[in-house]
Design a protein around this ligand. Structure first.
Ligand code: SNW
Length: 275
């Protein structure tokens, strides 16, 4: 009699404990979702992987600050999510490391004129597109004026870029030389190790302004792969919030102002302007 009483008491006590634990867990989970709605590595900061030498899209200034069209657009978008500039940290990486680093959780997002493709979407998710343009061949060689002129030449590409994929498929009689970044490729171009470098149009234009001998010789449309912000697969809350901010920035003219500031003189595609 006495024994069963204790047993019953123990059993009900254990049950109450389990219920309490469950309630505590649900409460903790809910608190986490509220405190960290975008599933960031650290709820209070956004950690961004980017590149130091894709000016004017993304680049580091002499004092180590990251800026450029994509960086400033991103900062504007996340300010609408409540993140100020000092709550966003940028880290420069080789281009080929950016998407893997988002996939494995090293960064919350990668921002670097990264074109949206079905292949890339197998490993990461993309925000809606915010920029579409050309892939361009930069060279000082006057015999290169078309794809034909690239036959037998040495062409630089940044490893993992759409330029590398396009060149591998299309410039089949061209010797491709892979670089980790644009600066090392343009250094090789200037010292004659390669004959041309293949990169994004606005970055090619900047190097052309900086080095008088270098000109854009070929432009390949890449409008089917608009640049987007790259986030971890399945982080829908963050992706949807970024998309909302992006569309607001397009509708209120912020996108247009930034485009004119960073890409002066370039034709402005209509699709991202206020409607
Ligand atoms: O596909 C284009 C897009 O149309 C726009 O012109 C911006 O650049 C692209 O996204 C291509 N960018 C390359 C890529 O995604 C290289 C990016 C880089 O060098 N940071 O592979």
């Amino acid at each position: 009699m006495r024994k069963t009483g204790i047993l019953r008491w123990l059993r009900s006590y254990a049950r109450a404990g389990a219920v309490a634990l469950t309630v505590a867990c649900i409460g903790f989970g809910a608190a986490r979702a509220v405190d960290n709605p975008y599933n960031l590595v650290d709820a209070k900061t956004i950690s961004v992987g980017t590149m130091g030498d894709a000016k004017p899209y993304v680049f580091a200034t002499a004092d180590g600050q990251f800026t450029g069209f994509d960086v400033e657009l991103f900062l504007n978008v996340v300010s609408r999510l409540g993140f100020s500039r000092d709550q966003v940290t940028f880290t420069g990486q080789d281009f080929s490391a950016l998407m893997p680093s988002v996939a494995n959780g090293r960064f919350d997002v990668a921002v670097a004129a990264i074109g949206t493709t079905a292949k890339r979407k197998e490993t990461v998710d993309f925000s809606d597109g915010y920029l579409a343009g050309y892939l361009s061949v930069l060279t000082g060689d006057k015999t290169i004026t078309s794809a034909d002129g690239l036959k037998g030449k040495r062409l630089g590409v940044v490893q993992g870029s759409l330029q590398e994929i396009y060149a591998t498929k299309t410039f089949t009689s061209t010797d491709l030389v892979k670089f980790p970044d644009n600066n090392s490729a343009v250094a090789a171009l200037n010292n004659g190790t390669i004959d041309a470098h293949f990169l994004d149009y606005e970055a090619a234009k900047q190097y052309g302004d900086r080095y008088a001998d270098l000109k854009i010789a070929i432009n390949i449309p890449s409008f089917d792969a608009p640049a987007g912000f790259v986030i971890k697969k399945g982080n829908d809350a963050f992706r949807e919030a970024l998309n909302k901010g992006l569309h607001e920035a397009m509708q209120d003219g912020t996108w247009k102002t930034l485009y004119q500031r960073w890409f002066p003189g370039s034709p402005m595609p209509d699709q991202y302007l206020p409607h």
